[in-house]
Design a protein around this ligand. Sequence first.
Ligand code: ZN
Length: 140
Amino acid sequence: MSFLPAGLPLPQPTVDDAPFWEAARRHELVVQRCTECGTFRHSPMPCCYNCQSFDHEWVKIKGNGIIFSYINVVHPVHPALKDRVPFNVVLVELPEAGNVRMVGNVLDTPFEELYVGMPVEVTFEDIDAETTLPQWKRAS
Ligand code: ZN
């Protein structure tokens, strides 16, 4: 069973983030990095915020991070979530990629056990034939 209920809008890849979603489909986590100055960035975007270069590469990372922040969602902000609340939403910081942060859910841990600084690792949730979401689980 998916952590996310059916009926939620799914990501619609753009020219900027399609490689991120294609890697997720292969169960790989990639982060965009400027080839001019080496700055990692997420969410993917066409131009480096540090040096304004349009040149970039995609770097595969292991997906080991720490919880930077988290919340317990109790209000269903979409009708598909009305029977799913409460659930956690986390902001995971990735030291192996310049401390970029990614949003997701910790799939295997009760909210009461989450804490800032908690080590987590990426896991992949196949939603349908085209969509896989990078998600998080307690680091082993
Ligand atoms: Zn740059």
